[in-house]
Write a protein that binds this ligand. Structure first.
Ligand SMILES: Cc1cc2nc3c(=O)[nH]c(=O)nc-3n(C[C@H](O)[C@H](O)[C@H](O)COP(=O)(O)OP(=O)(O)OC[C@H]3O[C@@H](n4cnc5c(N)ncnc54)[C@H](O)[C@@H]3O)c2cc1C
Length: 332
């Protein structure tokens, strides 16, 4: 067993400070990712900094009406928060499609953004994995890659980003507030997770910083939202393909559309071209299928996961159809 030092932070500044000078240190929030990976010998922090006492566990409505979510708000509290249910049902649906109620009770907003891939080669300390051990190779490329990415992969890494919550955040749009040694800065959610390219071990745009909050973009009005998650079993399982869709409708014409995918890409995957193709169209199956084809135009299957492309297409069409139905109900 490896040992590590342990510290409890009582302020954001002190949490950041205690991380400095120790690149192998890690924050712990709910611990549902970190402790698993420590036990598997995949993450080997020399120092664990408990951030649970920090005052980052509220959802606030800002004067401009946007919602600001503290990094320590649990997935359960976020999914059932009345303002989230009213303004951002997609976020609530996506969170509740993930994990189990026990895990969601512990898991936090910041931890969810930072969760690591479920690639079995990443989680097996004996396998080759460029993400875990730079330069060691990627056993998934020619191994059992049924669960892996068809979008955003590289010759170094094809691991899927596993989060459901992040699919909703990609579709909604959000700004992250980060606190680091040089103070506070903001970054767009879309720029936070990196594509693997030749540096799959660099997963986030985070520079010794603590995630402090996530501020959601304003909702679409009237809004229809739907999260469709397709997986090997109906509960307590990660997505093979998922789609988060939001639509505003003017009569039967689509005003604005938002679409993001999970389970098929190396980062939460926003489909901007597909969104643009929907604007002004009738909200019908033909438009949804055309948007799905655009969203998946760049998809490249590996040896075992060609099935993910038609599966993702179904997820997209169903999510758009359900979102349109809910937009009609919202407008009625
Ligand atoms: C059995 C199981 C099933 C699951 N199923 C799903 C699923 O279906 N869908 C899904 O989306 N997720 C699923 N998850 C993942 C779960 O959502 C994440 O483990 C959880 O969100 C991580 O949050 P946490 O607070 O526990 O993070 P922790 O484990 O505490 O931390 C995770 C990482 O984030 C870092 N970190 C934490 N907070 C911050 C912060 N504020 N700033 C900077 N870094 C930070 C830590 O240093 C660590 O590297 C599952 C997990 C388990 C164990």
């Amino acid at each position: 067993m490896r040992t590590f030092a342990f510290a409890r932070a009582d302020s954001v500044a002190r949490a950041v400070e205690s991380q400095q000078g120790d690149p192998a240190s890690a924050f712990v929030a709910g611990g549902t990712t970190l402790l698993d990976l420590v036990k598997l010998d995949v993450m080997r922090p020399s120092r664990v900094i408990d951030i649970n006492a920090l005052p980052l566990n509220t959802v606030e409505r800002l004067p401009d009406d946007r919602l600001r979510i503290g990094a320590l708000v649990t997935n359960t509290d976020l999914a059932y928060h009345p303002d989230v249910l009213a303004d951002h049902p997609l976020l609530s649906q996506a969170i509740l499609a993930g994990a189990s109620s026990q895990v969601r009770n512990m898991a936090t907003t910041g931890g969810n953004l930072m969760q690591r891939t479920r690639c079995p080669y990443f989680r097996d300390a004996a396998a080759a994995c460029n993400k875990r051990e730079p330069g060691s190779g990627c056993d998934a490329l020619h191994g059992v890659n049924r669960m892996h990415a068809v979008l955003g992969g590289s010759s170094e890494c094809v691991a899927v980003h596993p989060s459901d919550m992040c699919v909703a955040l990609a579709a909604i749009g959000a700004t992250l507030t980060l606190h680091g040694p040089r103070g506070e800065r903001e970054i767009e959610f879309a720029d936070f997770h990196r594509l693997p390219g030749t540096t799959p071990y660099l997963e986030h745009d985070l520079d010794n910083e603590l995630i402090v909050a996530v501020t959601l973009a304003p909702p679409l009005v009237p809004l229809g939202a739907a999260y469709v998650k397709l997986r090997d079993r109906a509960a307590y399982e990660f997505a093979l393909a998922s789609a988060g869709a939001m639509l505003s409708l003017d009569e039967e014409l689509i005003g604005e559309a938002r679409l993001a995918l999970g389970g098929v890409a190396t980062k939460p995957w926003r489909c901007r071209e597909a969104e643009a193709s929907l604007a002004g169209k009738r909200a019908d199956t033909a438009a949804f299928e055309a948007a799905a084809d655009l969203a998946l135009a760049d998809a490249r299957p590996l040896s075992h996961n060609a099935f993910k492309i038609p599966l993702a297409r179904q997820a997209i069409v169903r999510a758009l159809r359900d979102a349109a139905r809910r937009a009609r109900e919202d407008d009625a």
